[in-house]
Design a protein around this ligand. Structure first.
Ligand SMILES: [Zn+2]
Length: 76
């Protein structure tokens, strides 16, 4: 009955942080103005300052087109 349960005694530093950012809204953003490639609506959008590369992701306010890095056309 004296045998210790060693696997429960790992130091907490061994717990690796998750690669997923839990709160996307807390990341810094850069304001941009883009033109929707589908309907042409010029609208504000935010570039999220993620690492190693910023995230370009916006949904068109008019037609719902998902605009990612490949479709991102800044008009500023
Ligand atoms: Zn659109």
């Amino acid at each position: 009955m004296a045998t210790s349960v060693k696997f429960l005694n790992k130091p907490i530093a061994e717990v690796k942080p998750t690669a997923v950012v839990p709160d996307f809204e807390q990341l810094p953003k850069t304001a941009d103005t883009i033109k929707c490639p589908a309907c042409g609506l010029i609208q504000p959008a935010a570039i999220v300052e993620t690492r190693p590369e910023p995230t370009f992701l916006h949904t068109c306010a008019k037609c719902g087109q998902v605009i990612d890095k490949d479709l991102w056309h800044s008009v500023l």
